[in-house]
Ligand binder design. Structure first.
Ligand SMILES: *Cc1c(COP(=O)(O)O)cnc(C)c1O
Ligand code: SF4
Length: 434
């Protein structure tokens, strides 16, 4: 049977058309509407029809993952937007209120804007180069997603009107840059979600990379949540483009590149139905590897049982657990954040009981301004019973700084790296920022 799936977007403008929502109290819809003035809101018919358990929507992980709710803003902020909306301000006055609140939500954590490399003194559009051997590429047409996660740290780019002009120059400059930087051996296509692009568009980028024929470039990765938000991308029976997408993957592998699909799963329900399982199978048939990563989020997955189920399922479906992150301090993080100490406990209580093949994961990890910090454990000095976090950079701007364990004073409340005090020199860790 062949049934092409039609992609239907639901957002702040049309979400009331969702059939399941019609049965919910008006107050719930009103609150979605108010919060979505500030935070980006987008979901689709697959998520709504196949992933959400509408009987238990209030605690449903995928509902919380896609639908903004009142608690994602501070009560004061919520009331301010609601008030402004009901007062009937002019469009401009209302936007000023919204923008003020967005700025309170730390829109640019960890100095992401400072990693733009230069070629002959010109900044490279759509590229970040932070770690020696890998560049991130943000193709201009891939800067949206099939649905938006409410916790996402890339949220400011979804509320802007992006210029989606196709730009071959982007990839030209990038391949030239990689040619001149022989340490770079990986390109990671990211976004947004690069899998929102058509296979034809992606193929144009990939062909340009093939043509550049850079001997030290051996790995191509795609970071994507499409397995959760639109698995039909990889199901030829349900999408006209899936066959081309899978052929493109096979072409990359046949060219001799290592192709890794960096999948993002927040909860085991995202892996339960036959659509996602078939999509994973089809991707693996191309010779691509599928690796998985996700942050620990209060209200969605802050429970070792959930992570154990998630990693076990992933391994059973042939995927490789890669990173477990600590949620960044941006957007509605007050709603999602967990103390570092608790995330570490969740990790330990998960990994103790998982099968060997799930133990590939590096966790938990914070993507801080100098690099990715791995919380290796909590240790206690037997003489004075002082506790410490033992940590290391697994990625650092300066590769010489990686894999050197160091200690920070244990703090059960700290939720981010820069709240910790380094123990060996009693240095505030945030001083390490540039
Ligand atoms: C996480 C990240 C990467 C990829 O890191 P890996 O450890 O190779 O997966 C690359 N660039 C930036 C800026 C990152 O944050
Ligand atoms: S799919 Fe990824 S980039 Fe898109 S909203 Fe979710 S976390 Fe952000």
């Amino acid at each position: 049977m062949s049934l092409t799936m039609k992609f239907i977007t639901y957002n702040a403008k049309n979400f009331r058309q969702i059939e399941y929502l019609k049965k919910l109290p008006e107050q719930v819809k009103h609150e979605i509407e108010i919060v979505s003035k500030v935070l980006p809101f987008k979901t689709n018919n697959y998520v709504v029809d196949y992933l959400i358990d509408w009987e238990n929507y209030e605690t449903d992980p995928v509902f919380i993952l896609n639908f903004p709710n009142r608690k994602m803003l501070h009560e004061k902020q919520y009331l301010e937007v609601e008030n402004a909306w009901q007062k009937g301000l002019s469009e401009q006055e209302f936007q000023n209120v919204v923008n003020k609140i967005r700025l309170q939500l730390n829109p640019h954590p960890a100095n992401q804007l400072t990693n733009v490399p230069r070629l002959d003194n010109q900044p490279l559009p759509g590229v970040q180069h932070k770690y020696r051997d890998i560049v991130l590429f943000f193709p201009s047409q891939g800067q949206t997603c099939h649905a938006h996660c409410t916790f996402c740290f890339r949220w400011p780019q979804f509320v802007k009107d992006l210029d989606l002009q196709f730009s071959m120059r982007e990839i030209d400059m990038l391949t030239e840059y990689i040619k001149r930087n022989e340490h770079v051996h990986e390109i990671l296509f990211t976004g947004g979600d690069p899998m929102v692009m058509s296979p034809l568009t992606i193929a144009k980028y990939i062909d340009q990379i093939f043509e550049a024929d850079i001997p030290h470039l051996d790995t191509i990765r795609f970071g994507s949540k499409s397995l959760t938000y639109w698995p039909f991308t990889f199901m030829p029976d349900h999408s006209d483009e899936a066959d081309d997408m899978l052929k493109l993957f096979r072409r990359i592998v046949d060219k001799g590149y290592h192709l890794s699909f960096m999948a993002h799963f927040n909860h085991p329900v995202e892996m339960e139905n036959s659509a996602v399982q078939e999509a994973i199978y089809n991707i693996r048939q191309t010779g691509a590897e599928v690796r998985t990563q996700a942050p620990v989020l209060k209200n969605i997955n802050d429970d070792p049982q959930i992570w154990r189920e998630m990693w076990t399922k992933q391994v059973n479906l042939g995927m490789v657990p890669y990173y477990m992150f600590i949620e960044r301090e941006t957007g509605p993080y007050a709603y999602f954040e967990k103390p570092i100490a608790e995330v570490y406990d969740i990790y330990r209580n998960t990994i103790k009981y998982t099968g060997s093949l799930a133990k590939t994961v590096t966790a938990p990890v914070m993507s801080a301004s100098m690099g990715k910090v791995h919380v290796m454990g909590v240790i206690e000095n037997p003489l004075d019973h002082q506790k410490y976090f033992m940590m290391q950079y697994v990625r650092h701007r300066n590769v010489e700084e990686t894999y050197k364990p160091f200690l920070a004073h244990y703090d059960e409340k700290a939720t981010w790296f820069d709240q910790l005090v380094r123990a060996d020199a009693d240095m505030i860790l945030s001083l390490e920022k540039e």
